[in-house]
Write a protein that binds this ligand. Structure first.
Ligand code: ZN
Length: 475
């Protein structure tokens, strides 16, 4: 579709209100999502965020927008440096391994690639320029050890995203680590002067010998690729403070302009009812789950089927249910391809209207995917009933198929459901024989024939309309 409709609404974390989405430039969306810190394999909590962002991007594209999506790779910070030292390999080699793993993982989950994946280490000059601007404008200062800090009391809107009140700020209280809590809101490091613990990780710049803090990279890289003001910024709720708060402080102080119009945050993930933690034995990377034999598309479905702003409890049973939900959609799509019944006299058209409206309205309403999926499964049930009754014509089935494929550009779970190949004559004869055996109530013979067909890769199922067959998947 090319006609972007202005009907999408998002809950904007900045205002805590649901707002109608209006992009800066008509028909185009510029969006930034915080990417992985490439120091380990990403876990399913990370993927919940990446899948929510994928769903958001796909919905915007479905609605006719052209999306420019930037996701950074954090390849220098406290964690990556510590990790590479532990393994005694150069930082670049260490982070490259996990960056490659990340790209393999998102491919398995059918996450559409971003337009740009800038790495922090490739954008040091942009960060240095930004920090210099902040110093010139009086928002940043050098401490005695040579590190540079952001003075949060200079930025009057500090706390506007996370609603943190900086009431009793101790002048000069500073935090050098990248991660800290709201209670510890202090001046944070923009540039960390080199210390022996950093080993060979440093850059010689106008700011001295050192490395950037974590927060500055997202300000520098988002503005480099998307401009000083852009449409959407997403991330997990954990990143709202301090990371996103600091991004706003850095960017808006430097440019004097609004940084981002819509902030969207996804909620936490629980696993088996508890916060995911290695010591609780409920910590899963994607690789852990694939190693147990779970289907990546079932993982995709499960992680995106709950509304992003709701806390979500991940369970292994949930994965089994996800698998059967996907199978239901795939079987339905497959079934449409050999529908050749009577015209439904408007029943199919009316069901199509209902599902398109229901799915669309739900997704437009701050990506309410669980309601959208509810509408979709109601539709599948209704059309299946029509197919059972033999009242879906070929033409009607084709239009249903087209709509299913279009929904799947958003969901990414059905995939290519191949047209059935014609059956070899031998198999046709066996099916015919089996039908005769069934009519004669010779169940033993019917079962034996079913087994022979199975050996030929033909799966036969008995339905109220007689036997149906499909070729067994060979992958
Ligand atoms: Zn970020």
């Amino acid at each position: 579709m090319t006609n972007a409709t202005p009907s999408i609404r998002f809950l904007n974390t900045l205002t805590r209100r649901k707002e109608r989405f209006t992009p800066i430039e008509a028909g185009k969306v510029r969006m930034y999502t915080c990417g992985p810190t490439v120091y380990d394999y990403a876990h399913i909590g990370n993927f919940r965020a990446f899948l929510f962002e994928d769903l958001l991007k796909r919905w915007l594209e479905y609605s006719g927008y052209k999306v420019t999506h930037v996701m950074n790779l954090t390849d220098v910070d406290d964690k990556t440096i510590r990790g590479s030292q532990k393994q005694q390999i150069p930082l670049k080699q260490y982070t490259q391994h996990y960056a490659n793993a990340f790209f393999e993982d998102i491919k398995k989950l059918n996450i559409k690639p971003a337009t740009h994946y800038p790495k922090a280490t490739d954008h040091i000059p942009e960060m240095v320029t930004l920090i210099k601007t902040l110093m010139e404008k009086g928002y940043a200062y050098k401490s005695q050890d040579g590190s540079i800090y952001y003075a949060i009391n200079k930025f009057k809107n500090y706390g506007k995203l996370s609603h943190t009140k900086i009431a009793e700020l101790k002048t000069g209280a500073r935090v050098k680590t990248d991660e800290y809590t709201k209670e510890e809101a202090q001046d944070f490091a923009l540039w960390k002067t080199w210390t022996p613990e950093d080993g060979d990780v440093f850059w010689e710049t106008d700011l001295g010998k050192g490395r950037p803090g974590w927060h500055i990279e997202c300000s520098a890289m988002s503005m480099r690729y998307l401009g000083e003001t852009f449409d959407i910024h997403c991330g997990g709720i954990d990143n709202m403070f301090p990371h996103h708060e600091n991004e706003i402080a850095q960017s808006e102080a430097a440019t004097g302009k609004k940084f981002v119009n819509y902030w969207l945050h996804n909620e936490h993930l629980l696993v088996e009812g508890r916060k995911m933690a290695k010591k609780l034995g409920n910590f899963y990377t994607l690789r852990d789950l694939l190693g147990k034999g779970y289907d990546p598309i079932a993982i995709r479905y499960l992680l995106l089927s709950t509304h992003y702003r709701q806390q979500f409890n991940f369970t292994l049973e949930g994965l089994d249910a996800a698998k059967s939900a996907i199978e239901r959609l795939r079987n339905f799509t497959r079934r449409l391809q050999d529908a050749n019944g009577k015209e439904s006299e408007g029943k199919v058209a009316s069901a199509l209207h209902v599902v398109q409206t229901g799915f669309g309205c739900a997704m437009d309403d701050d990506l309410n995917v669980s309601v959208a999926l509810g509408a979709l499964f109601d539709f599948v049930r209704d059309v299946n009933a029509l197919l059972d009754a033999g009242i879906v014509s070929k033409k009607e089935a084709d239009s249903v198929y087209t709509v299913m494929q279009r929904f799947d550009t958003v969901l990414g779970i059905i995939g290519e459901v191949e047209q059935e190949e014609p059956l070899p004559k031998e198999a046709k004869d066996l099916i015919q024989k089996r039908e005769e055996a069934r009519k004669a109530k010779d169940w033993a013979a019917a079962d034996a024939l079913r087994i022979r067909l199975r050996e030929m890769g033909v799966v036969v199922e008995d339905t109220p309309q007689g036997a149906k067959w499909h070729l067994e998947k060979t992958d």
